[in-house]
Structure formats: structure tokens, C-alpha cells
Design a protein around this ligand. Structure first.
Ligand SMILES: *Cc1c(COP(=O)(O)O)cnc(C)c1O
Length: 241
């Protein structure tokens, strides 16, 4: 279906999708007692060609998220990033840290001290400070990246003493759930963790960003306290691998 559409038709779909998503975000923000501008919309651009990413940016997107270091670096020169920031949201291997530090505004997938140490080291080398989120495996799934909720405080305390790395909050991808009620329990667990850690005022650790919610569940995530939703296929259409 998608490959039969012209570039202009796809541009129009992206515009319409963004309009719908912005309205949904606005509604959920108000419902959760916050302002629409308190919620950041990230466009997730994995597998999306630069021409379409640039169109979303033209339509006001000012934050994109890529999963893979290599994919981001190969697209970077074709992207209009003057008024748009980029975050790495996918799992990051220690040996790729060197390539990505300094290229993205934030790494959302920090899930070990080893990785944090390498980010710190490479940030010092490049004379930058790297903003990060700690990724939490809130469903305690064997197959998932992220650290267990019970280990987050320990990790944060260790990261807090590392130079040139700055934690700004938490990120999570909840398990696939049968129903919205179960899903919202995971989002609420994340929000509880976020609020608890914020109250601890750990030195050098900020809790400003709670990154959760994707195409299928961003409304629910906002209702449970998300401050940043990461939306891919609802903006750009289904991914063609
Ligand atoms: C792909 C991806 C998303 C977006 O998924 P959609 O369902 O297409 O909105 C969000 N976060 C992460 C970490 C992803 O890998």
C-alpha cells in the first residue's frame, strides 16, 4: 500500500497524522492536569527516509529519535537539524559510544554503569556533557534491555559522581499488555519511581524527563505522567523493513 503513494501524498499523510497526534496530546495533557506544552512529542524516525523526516521537521517537529548509531550517522548529513534535536533511543553497545557522543543531544538508553562510564569517558574526550535517561525494564522482562526498577537508585548514585554525564530522567518501554488497564499499571509504576527519585534530590541527577508512550499508547502514558512521548508509525506510517 505505502509504496504506491507519491511523495506528496505521504507528505500530506504526515501532516494530517501530526495534527491528530497534537490534538490527542493536548487533550491527554489537560486531562492529566498539565499544559499541552508540558509534553514533548518526539518523532521516531527509524527506517524513515530523510525526505520524510525533513517534512515532519518542516511541520514543526523539533525532536527526533533514532534507534541505531549507524542509521543515525548515515542519515545525519541529509537532515535539517538546525531547529531540531536528535536523541538516541535504542540499545547502545559500549563500543559504539565513541561514535555517538557529541552527535546527539541525549542518550535515552543508559542501563548499566559500564555504559555510563564509557559515555562519561568519551564525553570528556570530546569536551561535551552528555544528557542521558536511565532506561527501566519496568515489566522485568528477560528479553528486554533496561535495568530493573529496584536497581535504578543504585545506578543513579554511581552515575552521579561521573563527570560529563548528566541524567535528566527515566525512559521505559512497558511489556505488551492484554488491556489498557494493565498497561497503565506499568506506566503508573514508572511515574511512582520517577516521583520518588525526584524527591530524593540526588546530587547531579535531574528528574525532568519521563519518556514513555509510543504510537499505540501515548495517550495512556500521558495520563500516567509521561513528559515525552516517542511516536513513530502513527506519524510516518508502518515501517517497511
Ligand atoms: C520504534 C520505537 C518507538 C516508536 O514506536 P511506534 O510504535 O512506531 O510509535 C518508540 N520508542 C522506541 C525505543 C522505539 O524503538
Amino acid at each position: 500500500m505505502m509504496e504506491k503513494l507519491s511523495v506528496n501524498e505521504r507528505f500530506e499523510i504526515i501532516e494530517n497524522n501530526l495534527e491528530v497526534i497534537r490534538k490527542n496530546i493536548e487533550k491527554a495533557a489537560l486531562q492529566s492536569g498539565r499544559k499541552p506544552q508540558d509534553i514533548t512529542l518526539m518523532a521516531v524516525t527509524k527506517t524513515v527516509e530523510p525526505v520524510f523526516i525533513n517534512h515532519a521537521i518542516k511541520c514543526g517537529i523539533d525532536l527526533i529519535g533514532e534507534n541505531k548509531v549507524q542509521e543515525f550517522l548515515s542519515k545525519e548529513e541529509y537532515l535539517d537539524l538546525k531547529n531540531c534535536k536528535a536523541h538516541l533511543i535504542g540499545h547502545l553497545q559500549t563500543n559504539k559510544v565513541k561514535q555517538i557522543v557529541g552527535r546527539v543531544e541525549m542518550i535515552q538508553s543508559v542501563d548499566s554503569l559500564k555504559l555510563a562510564k564509557e559515555i562519561s569517558k568519551q564525553s570528556i574526550n570530546k569536551a561535551v556533557t552528555t544528557s542521558c535517561l536511565v532506561e527501566v525494564n519496568i515489566g522485568q522482562e528477560e528479553s528486554k534491555t533496561g535495568i530493573l526498577a529496584s536497581e535504578v537508585i543504585n545506578l543513579l548514585e554511581e552515575i552521579s559522581s561521573l563527570p560529563s554525564i548528566k541524567v535528566e530522567g527515566l525512559m521505559s518501554i512497558p511489556p505488551i499488555c492484554e488491556d489498557k488497564k494493565e498497561l497503565m499499571q506499568y506506566f503508573m509504576k514508572m511515574n511512582d519511581l520517577f516521583v520518588d527519585i525526584k524527591a530524593k534530590n540526588i546530587d547531579n541527577i535531574n528528574m525532568n524527563v519521563l519518556s514513555m508512550g509510543m504510537s499505540g499508547d501515548y495517550t495512556e502514558a500521558i495520563l500516567c505522567g509521561s513528559t515525552m512521548v516517542r511516536v513513530g508509525s502513527s506519524i510516518f506510517g508502518p515501517r517497511l523493513y
